[in-house]
Design a protein around this ligand. Structure first.
Ligand code: FES
Length: 147
């Protein structure tokens, strides 16, 4: 059985070890802020943070996560006041909102690694897809969070 940590809680899923992390989070842990979009690593709706990296949770199995630290949107901040979440609200980023938790997780990792990203850095790091086309507001929010 694979053991790792989700949002600072140890987890042991009694599921097929080949289960994608996305489904363990949603179905076993009831962490439904992580969204299913394409299921093949293209859209980024399922992005979570694994050991400090933005990871598309549909592309990793729970067997691959032994000893890892996983953070989902539910625990990015205890009171939803993470700088990225504040900036998302201030810039009124979401349209339908479906892809935004993945966007926020990717943005949080970007800013953790690069506190003052250029637009080119943002475009290189945020490859998630937003069918509503909120990309200009996403860039503004990331610059806003960077301060
Ligand atoms: Fe994982 Fe689209 S659902 S990348």
């Amino acid at each position: 059985m694979t053991r790792f940590t989700v949002n600072n809680q140890p987890v042991q899923y009694r599921m097929d070890p080949q289960t994608p992390l996305l489904w363990a989070l949603r179905d076993a842990s009831n962490l439904t802020g992580t969204k299913y979009g394409c299921g093949r690593g293209d859209c980024g709706a399922c992005t979570v943070i694994v050991d400090g990296e933005a990871v598309r949770s549909c592309t990793v199995t729970i067997a691959q996560l032994e000893g890892s630290f996983v953070t989902t949107i539910e625990a990015l901040s205890r009171d939803r006041s993470h700088a990225v979440q504040q900036a998302w609200a201030a810039e009124n980023v979401p349209q339908c909102g479906y892809c935004q938790s993945g966007m926020i997780m990717a943005a949080a990792v970007l800013l953790d690694k690069n506190p003052n990203p250029t637009d080119a850095d943002i475009d290189a790091a945020i490859t998630n897809i937003c069918p509503c086309g909120t990309y200009p507001r996403i860039r503004r929010a990331i610059r806003h969070a960077a301060g």
